[in-house]
Design a protein around this ligand. Structure first.
Ligand code: SF4
Ligand code: SF4
Length: 392
């Protein structure tokens, strides 16, 4: 396993981090739950084969992911690994379902529940989950970072971090606002000009902030290339899986500390560990010829996109809270990769966070601001029809 340093925190972390958002599941009708025996086996296998970084969140798997991770690591493994987990602003602010009297009270009680589920007295890295332009002002106004500082001074958490979805401008504003222990962004070779962008990676590096990458294979989509893409990979002198190509793109950046992958089977986990244990999986691993191949593959994928949304976020904030670029991004993923399954799951989280397309009241305020002149209201309806209905 390759290891890297983690910003200024002094951690030495495995370059492959196990994401606990897509653990194996048992689905019965309209109900699904984690297949605990399989999940325990995978988490323990990872911890025993060099993986020392595990990422989970309060809400994953209907609030059970943290519990499964905690149970799997009990009995000696927890002390050997770093655990990162997260709480979204929307969960803190939900006073109906939350257990506290106000937002900060909720935040504390949710953290206490997390510690209990993880069977630990401290969390190595605690993130504000899914910051973006839609909630950043609320995070600041409600002094969430100050509350996290209290958690840290009490020894409940060891580092304060955030995960981010949105465009570069807001990412830079969030990153520059505070001395974060880590930032976590979506990046992969298809997204170099979207989300926090490649420039976001460089900026985190310049600041010396630990950088964790999520969605390296776009919810698994990049693992199954269409025939046009496969032909490009097959033309190269070295034979590699599409998954390895996607990981190599990120390994190439020296700024990256850990690349998370949400594995669902033992086969995927073993394959990932094998890839990240190769001696040449180091910064600068991509040759100019290999970069050109990935650029060609990206252009091929881009040609399959349906809605011309660039993710610029000029249409935000929507007064109803609809996260327009995220809805379009998920819809485009479904069209581009020929399957809506991963996009539907991701949309379910967006729906829970009250940012989905069903909230649109057709005021059309957003359409006036879109430089791409997208018929946003119409496209939101199309996207919602394709994306709704995931059973978690
Ligand atoms: S048209 Fe819909 S998505 Fe656009 S701003 Fe109005 S409510 Fe929001
Ligand atoms: S819908 Fe238009 S304004 Fe909104 S993010 Fe996409 S391109 Fe930008």
């Amino acid at each position: 396993m390759q290891y890297r340093s983690y910003g200024s925190l002094g951690y030495e972390v495995s370059l492959f981090g196990m994401g606990c958002m897509r653990l194996p599941r048992i689905v019965r009708g309209d109900h699904a739950e984690v297949d605990r025996e399989k999940a325990y086996e995978m988490i323990r296998y990872a911890a025993d084969h060099g993986v020392n970084y595990f990422d989970t969140a309060y809400g994953y798997h209907n609030l059970t992911s943290e519990e499964v991770l905690g149970e799997a690591l009990e009995g000696g493994r927890r002390e050997k690994v770093k655990i990162a987990t997260k709480q979204p602003f929307g969960t803190m602010a939900d006073l109906k379902t939350g257990s506290g009297k106000n937002i900060l009270d909720n935040a504390r009680r949710n953290l206490e529940a997390t510690l209990k589920k993880l069977r630990t007295s401290y969390i190595d890295v605690y993130l504000i989950h899914n910051i973006g332009a839609y909630c950043w002002e609320d995070v600041k106004k409600n002094k969430i970072i100050e509350e996290y500082e209290k958690f840290r001074s009490e020894g409940l958490i060891r580092a304060i971090a955030f995960s981010y979805h949105g465009g570069y401008d807001c990412f830079r504003e969030v990153l520059d606002f505070y001395d974060w222990g880590m930032c976590q962004i979506q990046q992969n070779f298809v997204d170099v000009e979207r989300e926090a962008t490649e420039e976001g990676i460089r900026h985190a590096g310049r600041k010396g902030c630990a950088l964790v990458i999520m969605e390296p294979i776009r919810g698994g989509n990049l693992a199954f290339p269409p025939s046009q893409v496969k032909a490009i990979y097959d033309g190269y002198k070295l034979k590699r899986s599409a998954v390895e190509w996607a990981f190599r793109h990120l390994v190439n950046y020296s700024e990256v500390s850990t690349i998370l992958s949400g594995v669902s089977t033992m086969e995927q986990l073993k394959e990932d560990i094998e890839i990240f244990s190769k001696p040449d999986m180091v910064a600068g691993c991509l040759s100019e010829e290999e970069k050109a191949i990935l650029a060609k593959v990206r252009a091929q994928y881009e040609s399959l996109r349906s809605i011309p949304c660039t993710g610029c976020e000029y249409c935000l904030p929507c007064p109803q809270g609809v996260n327009i670029p995220q809805v379009f991004g998920k819809y485009n993923d479904g069209v581009m990769f020929g399957t809506f399954e991963p996009a539907r799951r991701s949309y379910m989280f967006q729906t829970r966070g009250r940012q989905d397309a069903s909230l649109c009241v057709e005021c059309k305020a957003c359409e006036k601001k879109c430089p791409q002149h997208i018929e946003i209201v119409k496209e939101l309806k199309t996207a919602h029809e394709k994306l709704k209905g995931w059973v978690e």
